[in-house]
Design a protein around this ligand. Structure first.
Ligand code: GLY
Length: 379
C-alpha cells in the first residue's frame, strides 16, 4: 500500500476513531440497523426477507462487519463475542435463495470473521451461502439473477451491477472447500457484466435485462437511478470494488482494466467536495447526495490500487481514494452533531421511492470504516 502523504494521517485516524465511537450506539440496538430516520437508526430483524419492503434484509452483515473491523483495530475480545453472537442470529439465511445479496450478508460478517477467528461454523455457513447463491445463476445468459423467487418468471431476466459485489463470496468459497464451479460461474457473471452493464465510456447501467430462456441480451435500465441512461454513483462504486476484487480472486487482469475504467469515470464526475450526488446525471443542483457511494468507491479504489503493479498508477489511485475519504470526513460526517446517530450523513438509498433520502446508511457506515482501515493499514 502506498504511503499516506504527510499531514493527512491524523484526519484519517480521527475519522476511524469516530467510526469506533459511533459503533457504541449500534451495539445498544437489539436488532440490525439499516438506515436512520431523522438521524435515528431504524432496525430490522434478520428474518425480513426480500428487497421491498424489508429494505434491511441485505444489510444485516454490516453490523458484525463493523465489529470485526473494530476488533482488528483494537484487539478487544468483546467485539469478537458480540460479532459471533450477531452472526449466529442470521446463520439460517445461508439457505435463503430469494436474493442475490448473500454476498453482502455473508462476506463482511462470516468470511471476515472466519479469517480472524478460524471458527468452523462461520466457514461452513459462508460456503453453504455460496452454494445457495449459485442456484441463482442462469447458464443461458451466464448471469446471476438479481430479483424474483426461483421457479417464478418474475424479473427472471434481470441482473444488476450491485451483484458484482456478491462474487467475492463465490470465489472465496471455491478456494475454501467449496467446489471450483462456484468460481467458474462467478467468472462467467463478471464477463457478462463487463460486456453488458459497462458502457463504452466507463459508466454503468444499474440493471441489465436478458431473455432468460435464450440468454439474449435485451437492454440496460435502472431501478434506483435518475434514468435508464444515467450514471448512478452507488452502482458505479459497487462495480469498481466488484471488478477490482474479482480481478484478484479470479487472476484476471482484464477485470482490473474494467475496474480502472470505472474508477476513472467515477472520479471524473465528482464535485470539488468529493461527496457524490445521488445520481451524476440529475440536473438539479440542489439534489440530494449519496455519501455511501463515496465510501464504497474509496474502498474499491484502495483495493484496485493495491492490485496494480504499476507504482505510478497505484499512487494516483491511492491519493484519489484518500481525497474521497477526507472529503467525506470534512463535508458529510456527523462531527459535532449529537442529534445524529450515524457517522456519515447525506446518504440516499432510494430517491424515487422516497426511502432514506439524506440519511445515514448502514452500508455507508461499513465501507467508510473498511476503507479507512485499508488506508491506515489496519489488517
Ligand atoms: N444493493 C442495493 C443498493 O445499493 O441499494
Amino acid at each position: 500500500m502506498a504511503a499516506i502523504q504527510p499531514g493527512r494521517g491524523p484526519a484519517l485516524r480521527d475519522a476511524f476513531d469516530s467510526c469506533i465511537a459511533r459503533l457504541e450506539t449500534i451495539r445498544t440496538l437489539a436488532d440490525f440497523p439499516y438506515a436512520t430516520r431523522d438521524g435515528v437508526w431504524q432496525t430490522t430483524s434478520p428474518d425480513e426477507l426480500g428487497f421491498m419492503p424489508a429494505h434491511g434484509s441485505w444489510t444485516v452483515g454490516f453490523t458484525p462487519g463493523m465489529l470485526w473491523l473494530a476488533h482488528r483495530a483494537t484487539g478487544r475480545q468483546e467485539y469478537v463475542e458480540e460479532a459471533l453472537a450477531r452472526c449466529r442470529r442470521f446463520l439460517h439465511r445461508k439457505d435463503d435463495d430469494s436474493t442475490h445479496d448473500l454476498g453482502f450478508v455473508f462476506y463482511p460478517s462470516f468470511v471476515q470473521g472466519y479469517e480472524i477467528t478460524g471458527v468452523g461454523w462461520l466457514r461452513d455457513g459462508a460456503i453453504e451461502a455460496a452454494r445457495t447463491l449459485s442456484r441463482r445463476y442462469n447458464p443461458n445468459g451466464r448471469y446471476i439473477r438479481a430479483w424474483g423467487p426461483l421457479g417464478s418468471d418474475e424479473r427472471a431476466g434481470e441482473t444488476t451491477i450491485d451483484a458484482m459485489m456478491n462474487l467475492a463470496l463465490l470465489f472465496w468459497a471455491a478456494e475454501t472447500g467449496g467446489d471450483r464451479r462456484l468460481a467458474e460461474l462467478a467468472t462467467a457473471h463478471a464477463e457478462t457484466s463487463a460486456r453488458t452493464l459497462v458502457r463504452p465510456n466507463g459508466s454503468t447501467y444499474h440493471v441489465y435485462e436478458f431473455d432468460p430462456e435464450t440468454g439474449r441480451p435485451i437492454r440496460g435500465s435502472t431501478h434506483q437511478g435518475y434514468s435508464d441512461e444515467s450514471s448512478w454513483p452507488r452502482g458505479q462504486a459497487w462495480g469498481i470494488y466488484g471488478f477490482a476484487r474479482s480481478a484478484l480472486q479470479a487472476g484476471r487482469p482484464d477485470f482490473l482494466r474494467v475496474a480502472d475504467q470505472l474508477a476513472d469515470q467515477f472520479l471524473s464526475r465528482l464535485p470539488a467536495d468529493r461527496v457524490p450526488p445521488w445520481d451524476f446525471d440529475d440536473p438539479d443542483p440542489a439534489a440530494p447526495r449519496d455519501s455511501s457511494a463515496g465510501a464504497i468507491a474509496a474502498a474499491g479504489i484502495l483495493q484496485l490500487a493495491a492490485n496494480r503493479e504499476d507504482p505510478a498508477r497505484a499512487a494516483i489511485l491511492h491519493e484519489a481514494a484518500i481525497d474521497l475519504l477526507l472529503g467525506l470526513w470534512k463535508h458529510a460526517s456527523s462531527r459535532g452533531r449529537p442529534d445524529q446517530q450515524g457517522n456519515l450523513l447525506h446518504g440516499t438509498w432510494h430517491k424515487a421511492a422516497g426511502f432514506a433520502v439524506d440519511e445515514s446508511l448502514m452500508f455507508g457506515e461499513y465501507y467508510f470504516m473498511e476503507a479507512l482501515a485499508k488506508a491506515l493499514a489496519i489488517t
